[in-house]
Design a protein around this ligand. Structure first.
Ligand code: HAM
Length: 419
């Protein structure tokens, strides 16, 4: 019988690739915490209503949601994105404002799998609730921008737009609807049928026919009310103050319904255009109310871990680090390895060993494979003299020395140098 495989559209992440994940998440955590964001861990599934609110007209919610009835007859869904969960958590617990949260979590979308598009992907994200100050928009964008710089990505494009608010968007939607209705015959079949429900979705359509039509469509930025225009202007000015280059993208509406005002997307030109979005986000000043809370503005982003790493591969940066331990204990007597590796580990030195009483030769093979820089070798002779042989495994430092077992940790540390 053939063995089981990971489900279609999902991936196992094994070492050394997983070490890259760890480092990327750690870089993000440090950056977010330096900016005052705290970790939020929320359930991987929610009442389906939480997600229905965020995108009734979107593919993410209409077509791609992993929804199910649990054994108690409740309609649930696996989280397709992180924002709704964090906002639901804020509405439920009402921590003080401003509330600044970061997360690193899986999301689930029943998509057609391809390189960079998975049914389970992982996002690094932040959500900041409690103010509509445009400086916060800039702070949030700068945080993502900084992470791309941390990993060494050199060619990230930032696309920027404003989607207005409840004051100015209705009139814009009317203008857009009128324009699209005039060109209905030229739209793709899906949007011919659905343009009334949410004409903004047509701007997001990647099909050639719709893209040709929307090229000449009215633009939200030309219809912003005074307040939204001033807000957007301050965001652009702030990005300029921080030397973050951006391109205006009047058709950028993003694939979720909750956005108001600032929206943005980060693209990696080295990736295929259908999957080159390595991050995206924006404001959602009406979402807390839609989820049953008091009116509270918010903004955030999500960065796809898989896509960032694909972009790193394409640019040849942020390589998977070589294997981990610093020391390998080769114990032919079978009597000291257990204690020695523990002593080394307790002292903060990465150490590993062989099991099953292998021969010296077999143990050295494992030692080489482990990537360790030093071998601690104990044979019957050494055991009798209460010493170990310390020898380099990398070839760059041939010196072999005898070390008393009680001085081993100290000597190993000295040989390894500062971590
Ligand atoms: P999103 O643009 O749908 O936004 O997803 C954020 C990022 O997740 C994308 O830019 C992409 O890098 C990655 N991503 C999305 N879907 C997939 C997939 N199927 N496979 C691999 N990677 C994927 C959101 O989810 C919003 N919650 C972002 C946000 C936070 N807006 C405000 N706050």
């Amino acid at each position: 019988m053939p063995g089981f495989q990971a489900p279609v559209g999902t991936r196992d992440v094994l070492p050394p690739e997983s070490t890259r994940w760890e480092r990327l998440i750690a870089l993000f955590a440090r950056r977010a915490e330096r900016s005052g964001y705290g970790l939020v861990v929320s359930p991987m599934f929610e009442d389906i209503g939480v997600f229905e609110r965020v995108g009734e007209a979107t593919d993410v919610v209409r077509k791609e949601m992993y929804d199910f009835e649990d054994k108690g007859g409740r309609r649930m869904a696996l989280r397709p994105e992180g924002t709704a969960s964090v906002v639901r958590a804020w509405v439920q617990h009402r921590p003080t404002l401003p509330f600044k949260a970061w997360y690193a979590a899986p999301s689930f979308r029943y998509e057609r799998p391809q390189a960079g598009r998975y049914r389970q992907h992982h996002q690094l994200g932040v959500e900041a609730l409690g103010t509509d100050d445009a400086d916060l928009d800039v702070e949030v964008i700068a945080l993502a921008w900084g992470l791309y710089a941390d990993v060494g990505l050199g060619a990230v494009r930032l696309l920027l737009n404003s989607l207005g608010d409840a004051t100015c968007r209705p009139a814009y939607l009317d203008a857009l609807r009128a324009y699209l209705t005039e060109h209905r015959g030229e739209l793709c079949d899906e949007h011919k049928a659905r343009l009334e429900a949410n004409p903004l979705r047509v701007l997001d359509c990647k099909r050639e026919s719709c893209m040709r039509v929307t090229e000449g469509a009215p633009r939200m930025v030309d219809h912003l009310c005074d307040e939204c225009a001033a807000h957007f202007s301050r965001v652009r000015e702030g990005l300029g103050e921080l030397d973050i280059p951006f391109e205006l993208a009047p058709r950028l509406v993003r694939g979720l319904d909750y956005y108001t005002r600032t929206t943005f997307e980060f693209q990696a030109p080295a990736l295929e255009s259908a999957q080159n979005g390595i991050g995206g986000g924006g404001r959602y000043d009406a979402l807390t109310e839609q989820l049953g809370g008091p009116p509270t503005p918010g903004i955030g982003f999500g960065i796809g871990i898989e896509r960032v790493l694909l972009a790193c591969d394409a640019e040849g940066v942020f390589p998977a680090p070589p294997a981990a331990v610093a020391v390998f204990v080769v114990d032919v007597t079978g009597s000291v390895a257990l204690r020695l590796v523990e002593e080394l580990r307790e002292a903060g030195v990465g150490a590993d060993r062989a099991f099953d009483r292998r021969s010296m030769k077999a143990q050295f093979k494992l030692a080489d494979r482990s990537g360790a820089r030093l071998a601690v070798v104990v044979g019957p002779d050494e055991l009798e003299r209460g010493i170990a042989k310390l020898q380099s495994l990398t070839g760059d430092d041939k010196e072999e020395e005898d070390v008393k077992l009680e001085e081993l940790v100290e000597r190993v540390r000295a040989r390894l140098g500062p971590a």
